[in-house]
Design a binder for this molecule. Structure first.
Ligand code: ISE
Length: 316
């Protein structure tokens, strides 16, 4: 019998995790839960698992070897805390919570358990282009400036600033923490609207190690596009774009970018699943921690405050 894994959330991300886990040797996704019964049933069918419409009771099960939480963001904290109480190794999708207090509650619960049990799904740490950039930076001396650009195709969703920040920009905040090995001390946010829609968000950040950061989010309708560049003491490096072939047709040369994060980061999600399963087998959580999830949430809160007040805002 393989590892017995539960998946909570059967939307796009939950199904992605269920499929990636099912493809691994000696891993059985045994239950897929979603409050929407049709989604739960479809997710369960995909994984050959039982279905449940009660995520809370699945999170509290003590007979699972591991749990993946990919339900709506506002449910992450409570479900992760239930899994910690059950002693279950957990991969919780980002964000760890949708506010600082709830993220702090997860950190507190894990500390009280006396053992690290949770990995947060900041999957860029498993992306080949990001890993290559990290390695290259190590040869270029101290980081002076990091620039992360995140464009996605959610134009029609008309998300407010809190959602843009906690769903999208939080990736770039964590990327900064990871690649700089430092923390934000202050941020200044500028938001550009097109009518009632957020068009462009720019966060200027200061890091404790003296480096500066520019995080940009753009609601782009042409495709999903993530860029990272680091300027260091002895040179600068730009992350490679995934190696898609160049197709020449109809008088132009074309390279496919992808419409969403599933296309761009599919291999990273697969590597994340494999590494998380390995950590479950070794009974030692690794990868992005709840403390890092909380730290990212604090930067997001400061960035939102800065946009609202028009002031440079300290990150506490
Ligand atoms: C999603 O989780 C991502 O990974 C994308 O980068 C982000 O833009 C999107 O808003 C998230 O939901």
């Amino acid at each position: 019998m393989g590892l017995q894994i539960g998946v909570i959330g059967a939307g796009g991300m939950g199904r992605e995790h269920a499929a990636n886990l099912t493809a691994l040797p000696d891993v059985d996704v045994v239950v897929v839960a979603d409050v929407v019964s049709e989604a739960a049933a479809a997710g369960a069918a995909l994984a050959g698992a039982e279905s449940s419409t009660d995520p809370g009771s699945v999170a509290a099960r003590t007979d699972l070897d591991g749990l993946v939480i990919a339900s709506p963001d506002h449910t992450h904290a409570a479900l992760t805390i239930a899994a910690i109480h059950a002693g279950t190794p957990t991969l919780c999708e980002k964000p760890l919570a949708d506010n600082v207090a709830d993220a702090q509650a997860v950190v507190d619960a894990e500390n009280a358990a006396g053992k690290r049990l949770v990995q947060v799904g900041f999957m860029r740490e498993y992306d080949a282009a990001h890993l290559q950039l990290e390695q290259t930076m190590a040869d270029l001396g101290a980081l002076h400036h990091l620039r992360c650009v995140h464009r996605n195709t959610n134009v029609d969703l008309k998300r407010d600033l809190a959602l843009v920040c906690s769903q999208s920009l939080i990736h770039d905040v964590h990327t900064t923490h990871w690649l700089s090995g430092s923390e934000f001390t202050a941020v200044m946010t500028q938001v550009v609207m097109t009518g009632e829609r957020i068009e462009h968000v720019v966060v200027l950040g200061e890091l404790a190690n003296g480096a500066s950061v520019t995080l940009e989010f753009v609601e782009a309708n042409y495709g999903y596009d993530v860029e990272v560049e680091a300027t260091c003491a002895h040179g600068m490096v730009i992350a490679a774009q995934p190696g898609q072939p160049i197709v020449r047709s109809d008088g132009s040369a074309h390279r496919y970018i992808g419409e969403d994060w599933f296309g761009r980061f599919r291999a990273a999600y697969q590597a994340e699943a494999a590494d998380w399963i390995d950590s479950v087998r070794h009974r030692q959580a690794r990868g992005p921690s709840t403390a890092q999830g909380l730290a990212a949430q604090r930067v997001i809160a400061a960035a939102i405050t800065s946009a609202e007040t028009g002031q440079r805002t300290a990150v506490t």
